[in-house]
Design a protein around this ligand. Structure first.
Ligand SMILES: *Cc1c(COP(=O)(O)O)cnc(C)c1O
Length: 340
């Protein structure tokens, strides 16, 4: 245990740990898993990741549970999604066994950075794959590096579970209709940074993006998925340009357990009027409730939370998902990998 860290105050940022774990794909095969204490990688100046954006990543968390055991949440789903991202960017898919072994090793080697139970903090795992082959002509790399880095992150809600505000703008798109939105690649983030910074400058948490083809339907909520609650139902966008959030999938399953109906469909922007709750969804926050949404182009304000507080569905789902990750509630869906 690392006594120098004030776990509750840690940001969602990079905090150096002892080890990262690496594996190279060369000569048509994945090599031995390597443990490294270096925070650097050596990269060819013409590597495809640098020039042509062959880079994909994942984000998942490990927790110290109520029983003292260490749990990694939904490792297999993250492994599967990363293989999908690899195929989408013509990169080498990482076999699930290698992904699993490297995540577990990154946790074990950095055990002293796993925040204690009750702190609200966790050990964030960031698997990342990059193309290494030098290319000037545009062509996928033959060689890849897959790494898992680990860094402790604090609780997302430092002042308690509360709401934040979003804006809609038609001035920027995050992704293209049949583009890379469904893959977790750095390029999507670079493409959304200008929109995000403009939103921050106006005091919003992020942009609630509309579908890039017609700009009629809700798409992603900054770098997160979206759900709203209408007539007691959990409603989430169906779109080919969003990244399938594993948290969103999990919340939909929990809705089933709680008897809440789920609708996955196109959501016209005007429907925001009828939502009594809404939230941005992802691993970092689980669900970050939305207070109000301003449409910057029409001047319309959608007040989602009338009292400025998270609603009952958001609260119930947030609590239940956290309880499962922390081993407080039985893991009936088999979502946790226990690190022995
Ligand atoms: C990672 C990510 C999410 C959230 O996915 P989780 O699996 O729930 O963490 C949502 N949208 C985008 C664009 C993402 O990159």
């Amino acid at each position: 245990m690392n006594n120098d860290i004030d776990w509750g105050k840690l940001p969602f940022g990079y905090y150096p740990t002892d080890y990262n774990v690496r594996c190279y794909f060369k000569d048509g095969k994945w090599g031995e898993i390597e443990e490294s204490t270096s925070e650097k990688v050596e990269l060819h100046i013409a590597a495809t990741s640098l020039h042509y954006g062959q880079e994909i990543f994942e984000g998942l968390k490990a927790f110290r549970g109520a029983d003292g055991k260490i749990r990694i949440f939904r490792l297999e789903e993250n492994a599967r999604r990363m293989r999908e991202s690899a195929k989408g960017l013509m990169m080498e898919p990482i076999p699930e066994e290698i992904f699993r072994e490297m995540c577990i090793r990154a946790v074990k080697l950095n055990e002293r950075f796993i925040p204690p139970y009750g702190s609200g903090a966790s050990l964030y795992l960031r698997p990342v794959e990059i193309g290494l082959t030098p290319r000037i002509g545009v062509k996928p790399a033959d060689e890849y590096l897959f790494m898992v880095i680990a860094t402790p992150v604090g609780p997302y809600f430092k002042q308690g579970f509360g709401v934040s505000n979003y804006c809609i703008t038609r001035a920027h798109d995050r992704v293209a209709p049949k583009g890379t939105g469904r893959f977790k690649c750095g390029g999507n983030y670079a493409a959304a940074m200008l929109a995000g910074e403009e939103a921050h400058a106006k005091g919003y948490s992020a942009v609630l993006f509309l579908d890039p083809l017609e700009k009629k339907y809700l798409d992603e909520c900054g770098p997160a998925n979206f759900f709203g609650v209408r007539d007691g139902k959990y409603v989430t966008p169906k779109s080919e340009s969003i990244l399938q959030s594993i948290t969103n999938m999990s919340l939909q399953t929990l809705c089933g357990d709680l008897g809440i109906e789920v609708e996955c469909r196109k959501i016209p922007v005007e429907e925001l009027e009828y939502f009594t709750e809404a939230a941005a969804i992802g691993t970092a926050a689980v669900a970050s409730p939305i207070g109000c949404i301003d449409d910057l182009d029409t001047g319309k304000r959608y007040v989602i939370s009338k009292d400025g507080q998270p609603g009952p569905v958001s609260k119930a789902l947030y609590k239940k998902l956290n309880a499962i990750r922390l081993g407080e509630e039985e893991d009936i869906h088999g979502w946790n990998t226990i690190v022995e």
